[in-house]
Ligand binder design. Structure first.
Ligand code: URA
Length: 251
């Protein structure tokens, strides 16, 4: 905004009796800004800088960069890559392990049975599925839903890391052992890593607090443990409130 316009705006507020601007500054990491000449997708005309800036465009650009990835052997068996979906401005990002059959067929994360449980948990938290962001450690389905292998996770992780950097969520929820292990990167081998031991205990990924909890597929087989995940989600909601209050954002 030009200096003169800014002065007019300030005068306007002063006339209404404000001695400070009635805005809250959201403390989040900088939103990457694309060059206005770089179209964010085929449908967006180049040069439309309003439509081509911010997290949305940065995610689209990342999707474009990943293209028809062949960095690992999972690419050979996929129907669709599952990039991730949700709000680019999400406060909470849920991270699972890998797409299953239904996700591979639709190209969307958590749309099978485990996904229904995740969606209902998100709603019980008072949130909308479209208001959070959901992604996985690997973006292509491992054959027969086996665990992703080390080389596959290593190849795919930079893409997730970039999604996290762009979205800059206030909180990450890691769903299950594989997601938690990859974000926590502990010294012990993955075979020794127990989600039962780690769930419910905050850790940091970059500067984002992460709450590890059970994977919804585990909860479908072990319904008695659902209350533990529910208590983890209560901790997530309380921390989110705290972080927003600290940043002066109305709840
Ligand atoms: N399980 C996962 O970890 N991710 C999905 O997207 C679906 C099932």
């Amino acid at each position: 905004m030009m200096k003169k316009q800014l002065a007019t705006v300030l005068d306007y507020y002063r006339e209404f009796g404000f001695d400070a601007l009635p805005f809250r500054l959201e403390k989040r990491r900088a939103v990457p800004v694309l060059s206005p000449r770089e179209p964010c997708d085929e449908a967006t005309p180049a040069g439309n800088s309003d439509a081509c800036t911010g997290r949305d465009a940065a995610l689209l650009a990342l999707r474009g960069k990943i293209g028809d990835c062949t960095l690992c052997k999972l690419s050979g068996g996929r129907t669709h890559m599952v990039f991730g979906e949700g709000s680019p401005d999400a406060d909470i990002m849920f991270i699972g392990e890998a797409p299953g059959r239904e996700e591979d067929a639709q190209g969307r994360p958590f749309v099978g049975d485990a996904g229904q449980l995740l969606s209902s948990m998100i709603e019980k938290m008072g949130l909308k599925r479209s208001g959070v962001y959901i992604a996985n450690i690997v973006k292509c389905r491992p054959p027969d839903n086996r665990d992703p292998e080390a080389d596959e996770m290593v190849a795919c992780f930079p893409f997730l890391n970039e999604q996290i950097r762009i979205i800059a969520p206030r909180i990450i929820v890691s769903l299950g052992r594989i997601a938690t292990y990859n974000l926590m990167k502990p010294a012990q081998p993955i075979t020794k890593f127990s989600i039962m031991r780690e769930r419910g205990k905050w850790f940091q990924y970059q500067d984002v607090p992460v709450m590890p909890t059970f994977h919804p597929a585990y909860l479908m087989r072990n319904r008695k443990d659902k209350w533990l995940t529910w208590s983890d989600m209560q901790a997530v909601l309380a921390r989110l409130d705290e972080l927003k209050t600290k940043d002066g954002i109305a709840r």
